[in-house]
Design a protein around this ligand. Structure first.
Ligand SMILES: NC(=O)c1ccc[n+]([C@@H]2O[C@H](COP(=O)([O-])OP(=O)(O)OC[C@H]3O[C@@H](n4cnc5c(N)ncnc54)[C@H](O)[C@@H]3O)[C@@H](O)[C@H]2O)c1
Ligand SMILES: O=P([O-])([O-])O[C@@H]1[C@@H](O)[C@H](O)[C@@H](O)[C@H](O)[C@@H]1O
Length: 616
């Protein structure tokens, strides 16, 4: 069953005029270990979080560093194409604009089981909380190359010509702002591209200009929130240098002194942080030197990165997790690809390749560390020896943006056996990365509207400025100091889903389905189950077993019709799903009406029906 959206009825969730407030009981397990005896004691723990999500989204701007690149021009073109509902002829037939590859626009999550039938109920991931629609993003940004976006789109050769010709005029009106290029941070082969640079080499003046660009963009477009996102070329790593980039003050002083180890990506990060804008790094370099993190914490501004996790590496983070979770032991991972776009050209230089090699290699570290049976610690507690892991990237101009990726995974299996899995994938790299840019920007903006408070805290506050919530979308996720890095893809996704669920007071998805394992088995969605669930939600659980209908009635809840649960009524809007005009035909409420939420309901408009739940 699919529902386009839903509301939560709980004494712990409140929908106010400008926020969703939820009191959430966070349950986890702490383990007390004794190094001397090796004893470990697991202790279930619980804590209360009061979440508050401001529901007014406002106008959101996305400023891309590298706007004229394959990713930058492609994502900008895709937003325009979707906004206009474009379609175009291809040799395979008619193609329409879409947001495939965006988890917010094209993936769902399980809300729960239908109260009447027990059927799984799914909803779009984006329906959990109010988010900006990508069609409404206002896009701008910078590039070291002056080409307008119509020219850049043609140069990228990523989108079908049928789409390009319809978009060219609109995109040609977008011209990247001048940017900065320092030393050897990107490959020397990029120099010919750099005809759009800020004058001089005063990094302090450049910082001031970029900050002014952000403010001007906000004002000119009447924008409430700007997200700045790096999709420019991969830089070499900056040398971590005490007194230069180890603290916020050192970094600011280094910029004023135009220190050569301050990279363009770090300069943009500082500009965004000082302007209060979330900053996301879509490339693998160490933009977030300690001084940049220190500055983000000081200003309570979100930073996220590193390196879009788009295809080959996303696949790797799934396959290695599957193998290790299956008790099989990967012993070798060979990850080869070649591509012919400008990214590939930049990565053909050793220093820039090294940045990418690091991000593409680190993605299995958490899975290896999770299984000491397969990968025992080294001598003296040294890290375990993981699988041999080779990353190869070759630049082959002829293939353009159509990256060819070949992977070989060799594993030890039962009784001395060996298993080898070979995978090949081909795709336009930018068509995998562009939807991630949208998800990163939308989640970064959403995060600015989420605050939480524990009973010990005086007031609500944001999550830690290092926004590890974005990890699912990134190869080498940055996390707050001391926090573990999680790379396993479905663990990252579960974290995101469950955190959004917590913001609306829903428990984490645990896939236990205990109600379906009871014995004697309860018929799926039996009235007793539904009434028990309804009554339990209102604290009348004890009566539900005795007289389901009476209990449900007493709890002030009436079925939508007195005869019991109305059979699912397929609706043309949702392809036969049991929803009518955004209402779930089996919806319960105090007024016998379907419960709907304003906003995206089919036909739009309308306030939240039914009474607001008791305050959190
Ligand atoms: N699937 C993917 O495409 C993918 C996945 C993960 C990461 N990435 C990373 O995303 C980045 C962009 O990829 P792409 O394919 O769009 O590359 P691209 O070379 O087509 O685009 C990069 C753009 O950045 C510009 N640029 C370089 N330095 C700049 C600076 N200092 N300021 C402003 N603009 C600057 C270049 O002129 C170019 O237009 C690369 O770092 C790449 O490694 C891409
Ligand atoms: O698909 P993925 O591995 O996530 O990411 C891609 C790499 O495979 C490719 O080698 C590189 O050129 C791209 O910039 C991108 O990083």
């Amino acid at each position: 069953m699919f529902v386009p959206n839903f509301t939560v009825r709980s004494p712990h969730v409140r929908y106010t005029t400008d926020a969703i407030e939820a009191t959430y009981r966070y349950e986890t397990t702490q383990v007390e270990t004794d190094g001397a005896t090796g004893e470990a004691v697991a202790v279930p723990t619980a804590a209360t979080y009061h979440f508050r999500t401001a529901t007014k989204v406002g106008r959101v701007g996305l400023m891309l560093v590298g706007l004229g690149g394959n990713n930058g021009s492609t994502v900008t073109a895709a937003i325009a194409a979707n906004r206009r509902g474009l379609s175009w002829r291809t040799k395979a037939g008619e193609q329409s604009a879409n947001y495939l590859g965006s988890i917010l626009m094209s993936s769902t999550l399980r809300v729960g089981a239908d109260a009447a039938t027990g059927e799984e109920v799914h909803t779009p991931l984006r329906s959990l909380l109010p988010m900006v629609h990508p069609n409404d993003l206002v896009v701008g940004g910078w590039d070291i190359n002056s080409a307008d976006l119509g020219t850049a789109m043609r140069r990228a050769a990523v989108l079908d010509v049928g789409a390009q010709v319809q978009l060219e005029e609109e995109l040609s009106s977008i011209v990247p702002l001048p940017s900065v290029m320092y030393g050897d941070f990107i490959a020397a082969n990029q120099a010919a591209r750099a005809d759009n640079l800020l004058p001089g080499d005063d990094k302090g003046a450049h910082l001031a200009r970029i900050r002014a660009d952000i403010r001007d963009f906000k004002t000119a477009n009447d924008i409430d929130t700007v997200v700045v996102l790096w999709t420019a070329n991969t830089e070499r790593f900056a040398a971590l240098t005490p007194g230069v980039n180890d603290t916020a003050d050192a970094l600011l002083a280094a910029i004023d002194a135009s220190h050569p180890e301050v990279s363009p990506s770090t300069l943009f990060a500082v500009a965004a942080i000082l302007e209060g804008c979330p900053y996301v790094n879509g490339s693998p370099q160490n933009t977030f030197v300690p001084g940049a993190v220190d500055l983000a914490v000081r200003h309570d501004v979100f930073i996220g990165g590193d390196d879009f996790k788009s295809g080959q590496t996303k696949f790797k983070s799934v396959l290695v997790d599957f193998l290790v979770q299956a008790g099989l032991k990967p012993t070798a991972i060979v990850s080869y690809n070649h591509l012919g776009n400008n990214d590939g050209r930049n990565l053909s230089a050793p220093s820039q390749f090294r940045s990418k090699e690091i991000s593409k290699s680190s993605v299995v570290d958490d899975v290896v560390a999770s299984n000491a049976l397969l990968y025992p610690p080294g001598p003296g507690g040294a890290p375990p020896k993981g699988p041999d892991h080779v990353v190869v990237i070759k630049y082959v101009p002829a293939v353009g943006d159509s990256k060819r990726a070949l992977d070989e995974y060799t594993s030890d299996i039962f009784m001395g056996g060996t298993n080898t899995i070979v995978a090949h994938n081909t795709c336009e790299d930018s068509l995998l990365a562009s939807p991630l840019i949208l998800d990163l920007a939308i989640l970064a903006e959403l995060s600015t509207r989420i605050t939480y408070r524990t009973p010990e805290m005086q007031r609500h506050t944001h999550f830690h400025p290092v926004l590890s919530l974005l990890s699912y979308l990134l190869k080498a996720p940055i996390v707050p100091d001391g926090a573990p890095v999680v790379n396993a893809l479905f663990k990252q996704r579960a974290c995101l889903d469950n955190l959004l669920r917590a913001c609306v007071g829903l428990p984490p998805e645990n896939d236990m389905r205990l109600e379906q394992r009871a014995h004697p088995a309860q018929p799926a969605g039996s009235r007793a189950t539904a009434a028990a669930a309804a009554a339990a939600a209102t604290g009348a659980a004890a009566e539900a077993d005795a007289a389901p209908a009476a209990a449900a009635a007493k709890a002030g809840i009436r079925r939508v019709d007195a005869e019991g649960v109305r059979p699912s009524i397929p609706s043309k809007e949702f392809g036969g799903a049991t929803a009518i005009n955004g209402l779930n035909s089996n919806a319960w409420n105090a007024n016998g009406m379907g419960t709907a939420r304003s906003g995206e309901r089919a036909g739009g408009g309308g306030a939240v029906a039914g009474e607001a739940a008791a305050p959190a």
